[in-house]
Design a protein. Structure first.
Length: 68
């Protein structure tokens, strides 16, 4: 097995960050759309979703680089 390249890690990071942004927005609408309004809930979810998602991406990519 070969180690992942910087380009592959960069593209995985970008795709993962976009996915966490979209997932956070959808989760915000699902959780708080009724009480806050869909637009505000999506905006807050899109802001707070990547906070955990990007941290997980960094840890996951670091593990891939150390084990690959």
């Amino acid at each position: 097995m070969t180690a992942p390249t910087i380009a592959a890690a960069g593209s995985a990071f970008v795709v993962g960050a976009i996915a966490s942004l979209i997932g956070g927005a959808l989760g915000g609408v699902a959780v708080g759309g009724k009480s806050l309004g869909n637009e505000l809930a999506a905006m807050m979810g899109g802001f707070f979703g990547p906070l955990a998602g990007v941290a997980g991406l960094i840890v996951g990519l670091a593990v891939l680089f150390l084990t690959g």
